[in-house]
Write a protein that binds this ligand. Structure first.
Ligand SMILES: [Zn+2]
Length: 279
């Protein structure tokens, strides 16, 4: 599953999830054929996978690394029974976080750590050890910080990467290298600052070398999508990587996403470009 997702750029399509090839030549279905959010294969004692969706019919909320996941509607017990079994048996689940129509970023493992029949919600955790203590006692400040970093690393960053790879069709925006395993989802404005949110217009699909060059201001991108190479570097003499990989990119146009809403934001590019110019 991981290698398949890596080849795409960190995501799996519905079709891939419906027919995941196994090493023994057979396939395993990882999603509900009825398109439900919970998938309980008949020969599994507990739930195999759940889908989480930021725009789904249930407003699932995620705080402190804990996700409140609504019971599936339907007959009493029903699909929810095998989620309950996952708590008792302490079995991990596969979480499929929806990033676009038919596209999911896999998050594994996740654990069901709570069941609240009054609010009709399960509590899912990215770490088996992070759970609210019965009676509603909360997490310490240190646990909260750890939990938030975990959500960032295991849910938000992979979702950002998947959206960028989709928008750029798995190619470097500078050199068009089309190997997601060699590409990063780079931020134009770094995520700690204002305007640094993990949205596609604040991102660029860059191969490792162009990402590093962009971060070190050896390569700049103007607000009108022109690539520029640092003047000193432009006049250096060295081997083919410098010549073809960097110098020949000078004054080329960026390969931008087809969808207008996915294109890099000129305001953010401008802010970043000022740093390249003054470097
Ligand atoms: Zn590149």
């Amino acid at each position: 599953m991981t290698s398949l997702a890596d080849a795409n750029g960190g995501y799996l399509t519905w079709d891939q999830l419906a027919n995941l090839p196994l090493p023994d030549g057979t396939t395993q279905r990882l999603v509900d054929p009825g398109k439900g959010g919970i998938w309980n294969p008949r020969d599994f004692v507990a739930t195999l996978s759940i889908i989480t969706s930021p725009d789904g019919p249930y407003p699932d909320s995620e705080e402190n690394g804990l996700l409140e996941y609504h019971y599936q509607r339907g007959p009493e017990g029903g699909k929810n029974l095998k989620l309950r079994a996952a708590i008792e048996l302490r079995l991990p689940l596969l979480r499929l976080h929806k990033v676009a129509k038919g596209i999911y970023a896999p998050v594994f493992p996740v654990y069901v750590v709570g069941d609240n029949p009054i609010t009709r919600q399960f509590t899912l955790s990215l770490d088996e050890n992070i759970r609210l203590i019965e009676g509603g006692a909360g997490l310490s400040a240190l646990e909260k910080a750890y939990a938030e970093r975990m959500v960032q690393q295991r849910v938000h960053q992979p979702a950002f990467r998947a959206r960028i790879m989709l928008a750029y069709d798995g190619a470097c925006t500078v050199c068009t290298l089309k190997h997601p395993e060699l590409l990063d989802a780079a931020h134009i404005i770094e995520d700690a600052s204002e305007l640094g949110d993990p949205v596609v217009p604040n991102g660029l699909s860059l191969c490792k070398i162009h990402h590093a060059a962009y971060d070190r201001n050896l390569l700049g991108i103007s607000p009108d999508y022109e690539i520029l190479i640092n003047v000193a570097l432009l006049h250096e003499v060295d081997g083919p990587m410098l010549k073809h990989g960097l110098q020949e990119m000078h004054q080329r146009r960026l390969h931008i996403p087809v969808r207008k809403a996915d294109r890099p934001d000129p305001n953010r590019l401008q802010l970043r470009f000022e740093r390249f110019e003054s470097a």
